[in-house]
Design a protein around this ligand. Structure first.
Ligand code: NDP
Length: 303
């Protein structure tokens, strides 16, 4: 059996970041520097590391990058005031409030206060609506599904396929991955099924897919025999599971796996994303692409 074409997230993300850096240089030459503000509330180590990597990528692209770090005890009204000041700041084109917020805060209220034109995560209801009605010149698309589409296009180019008319199955219906992914596939003329935890005979539904997207959060749930031979498999899942042995500090080792049993699926699929080194690499790259696009849209006409 031929092995699947490997979609290298690191290489595709670097290509995207390279394009963003080149186009940023051109925009800066016209007097506009894209600005990204990240807002971190609290001291969650994973969130700290995500925010740091976003700031690093922003600087590498030539953006103006600012980070606001607030204590867990911050009053929600103070966070709302910060968002309003960033909305009003003409040097900032993208505002990213790192989730999760402390449980004492109403995350929806905070996210909905972000100016939709600066909502580079694409989570604001205005952007959800614009994506849904296909106003792509104005919508900002959530980063993970946007990055998944780029990988899908790479797979189609490598395999000589077209998305129009393809059967696409998205497992997962979250607002940040599953639903926007389904919208993007629909816009590309796929016949889209959205599966979730109540779907009957999920394996049989998955086996219909020419394009199978797993965004579930269940380690290696999608087995090799769920994959239609030749299908393009996009594994969005990032799950930490027990590894083998102990690390240098004597703690049990862990490793990252996707929602797809990679080794089995790669025997059957036409193309597949690995975990790690797959879709995850694209998410930060698309955040930069969204910030650049927001800056372009904000630039006065003729600049
Ligand atoms: P959510 O928990 O918000 O959504 C998971 C979805 O999967 C839900 O719709 C749920 O169904 C469905 N689901 C859960 N269990 C099953 C099951 N046994 N069978 C069928 N469907 C199931 O997760 P996210 O969408 O936020 O994230 C999904 C995965 O993607 C996670 O592993 C996450 O870490 C990863 N992720 C990766 C990113 C990246 O950069 N690569 C970015 C964001 C997420 P129901 O609605 O019925 O409950």
């Amino acid at each position: 059996m031929t092995k699947a074409y490997l979609l290298d997230g690191k290489a595709i993300a670097e290509e995207t970041l390279g394009r963003v850096a080149r186009e940023t240089a051109a925009l800066r030459a016209r007097g506009v520097t894209p600005g990204l503000a990240t807002v971190l509330v609290g001291e969650d180590p994973a969130s700290q590391s995500y925010v740091a990597s976003k700031g690093k990528a922003a600087r590498a692209c030539g953006f103006h990058s600012v980070q606001h770090t607030l204590p867990t005890t911050t009053d929600e009204l103070d966070l709302l005031a910060l968002v309003e000041s960033l909305n009003a700041d003409p040097t900032i084109h993208g505002i990213l409030v790192q989730l999760p917020l402390p449980k004492t805060m109403n995350a929806a209220r905070v996210l909905e206060l972000i100016d939709p034109r600066k909502d580079v995560d694409g989570f604001h209801p205005v952007n959800v609506g614009l994506l849904s009605v296909g106003e792509m010149d104005r919508a900002i698309v959530p980063c993970t599904p946007a990055g998944s589409m780029i990988m899908l296009d790479k797979a189609c180019a490598a395999l000589g396929r077209t998305l129009a008319g393809a059967e696409a199955v998205v497992i997962g219906r979250s607002n940040i991955v599953g639903k926007p992914m389904a919208q993007l596939l629909l816009q590309r003329h796929c016949t889209v099924t959205i599966a979730h935890s109540r779907t009957r005979d999920l394996a049989a539904v998955a086996r219909r897919a020419d394009v199978l997207v797993a965004a579930v959060g269940q380690p290696e749930m999608v087995r090799g025999d769920w994959v239609k031979p030749g299908a393009i498999v996009i594994d969005v899942g990032i799950n930490r599971v027990a590894g083998e042995g102990l690390d240098a500090s004597g703690k049990p080792k862990t490793r990252l796996v996707g929602d797809v049993a990679y080794a089995e699926a790669a025997e059957v699929a036409g193309a597949i994303t690995p975990v790690p080194g797959g879709v995850g690499r694209m998410t930060v790259a698309m955040l930069m692409a969204n910030t650049l696009e927001a800056a372009r849209r904000a630039a006065p006409a003729g600049e």
